[in-house]
Each structure stands twice: as structure tokens, then as C-alpha cells.
Design a protein around this ligand. Structure first.
Ligand code: FES
Length: 105
């Protein structure tokens, strides 16, 4: 079973944390595309968010780690500012099945 969430739970330009078994993941919806990553900052390995489903900066333009403020490109997961500059979030491949988001494969 690879179900992650219903697409209706994800507002466009929004983000959502998802617990999948023991794995903490999150997804960002952007212009009809879905980008999923492990919820782990490459800096210290802690979860990126302090508040439920809040993974983006104030402008909803970048993924932000709440702990020390690292900023990541939504589409690639690359860190462009902060203590893990140049490192990347670990991407998780997802696919759409009907009106649901699933792990790919
Ligand atoms: S733990 Fe994420 S920026 Fe330091």
C-alpha cells in the first residue's frame, strides 16, 4: 500500500507532512506538480517543521527548516542558504493515482 494522501488535502502552493510507516515525509504542491522529501534537515537530521504542515517560508517560495532557517528550492531540494548550503533534501518519488498521491513504484 503506497497511499500518502488525497490530492484534496494539498492546497496548491501548500505543504503537508505525511507519516508513512516509520518515515516522516512531506509534500509540496506547486503549479500542479508534487515534490516529496524526507522530513530531515541535511544539517542536523532533525525534522524541518515546528508546526503541522508548515514547511515553507513566509512567501511560500522556498522550503524552510524551522530550526536554523536553511532554505531549499522546492523543485530540487537543494539548500541555497543556511548551514547546509549546497546539500540537498532526500527526494521521494511520488505519483498520482486518481485523486490520490502515492509513492512511486
Ligand atoms: S537543523 Fe535545519 S538548518 Fe539547522
Amino acid at each position: 500500500m503506497s497511499f500518502l494522501c488525497k490530492l484534496s488535502e494539498l492546497a496548491d502552493n501548500g505543504s503537508k507532512g505525511i507519516q508513512y510507516g516509520d518515515d516522516s515525509l512531506f509534500v509540496v504542491a506547486r503549479n500542479g506538480q508534487y515534490y516529496a522529501y524526507r522530513n530531515s534537515c541535511p544539517h542536523l537530521g532533525v525534522e524541518l517543521n515546528w508546526l503541522e504542515d508548515q514547511f515553507l517560508d513566509r512567501d511560500d517560495a522556498l522550503i524552510q527548516c524551522a530550526t536554523h532557517g536553511a532554505l531549499f528550492i522546492i523543485e530540487s531540494g537543494e539548500c541555497i542558504a543556511g548551514p547546509c548550503l549546497g546539500a540537498s533534501l532526500q527526494a521521494v518519488e511520488v505519483c498520482i493515482k486518481g485523486n490520490e498521491l502515492h509513492l512511486a513504484g
